[in-house]
Design a protein around this ligand. Sequence first.
Ligand code: MN
Length: 323
Amino acid sequence: MIRITDILDKIYEYSPDADLDIIDRAYIYSARVHEGQVRLSGEPYLSHPLEVASILADMRLDVESIAAALLHDVIEDTPATKEDIAQMFGPGVAHIVEGVTKLSALPFSTKIAQQAESLRKMILAMADDIRVILIKLADRVHNMRTLKYHRKPEKQAAIAQETLDIFAPIAARLGIFWMKHELEEIAFYYTLREEYERIDAMVNRARHEKEEYIKEVSTRLHYKMEEMELPCDIKGRYKQHYSIYQKMISQDLEFEEIYDVVAFRIILDTVPQCYGAMGGIHSMWKPIYNKIKDYIGNPKPNMYQSIHTTVIGPRGERVEIQI
Ligand code: MN
């Protein structure tokens, strides 16, 4: 179980002047009111708010958010009231905790896509403070990580479906892609287990075969960038199971037909360097017409910026590269 000192250390690292006292007090209070409560995992309930607070500390949120994360379930699950929280931790923290509590009362479970869309809108509108949403998302991440402890498969599937319909899209809207991906991967497993396992087996086989290929492409990219004096970081990564599944469904493809099971990512320091890198890659490998997307010139609505291109790589295979 994560300890409060680990969380305090994290916050101190990105915010040395932060008032850590409020976090300490929120921790002690939360421990007291949740005392005796147990998670389905058998762990003390307190492990849950601690994990949620830890996720938010990794995202470098402010102390009010972390304190509110430690207290996020106390209004719902203990005798504590909003007034108690306001008195002890100030109106800011109380307002956030109340916001998270209100969101829990929404009727999330829905099978209709249109309702999912309106629910997502309602959630975003209800939270006048973005920190409420961030806590709710971190709460869902930890609940998904511990979904295996639920005894009822129907309940697991329902929670996972709601995660796919509501929470993963909100994380994507906010540009928090690690969260979107993690939520989708776990939810995929609990909603469509057979498909998940089939893709998992194929990805593992491909991983074996593609190791050499990834090394070759990365090395050639490294040489090219060095030659052009563009300092960068290059990563070859496997597509998420869920993205592969979606592509197979939406384009009616077999696993073997998905060329970009591996995608490459080049990270540079400046915008001109990104365009320079694209030029270098296109002079080495022929780009595929219509596959160049310039999200630096045209950022996505969530401010995402990068250049995507697909080229014919060293083995005559398509290679997807994000710059
Ligand atoms: Mn919770």
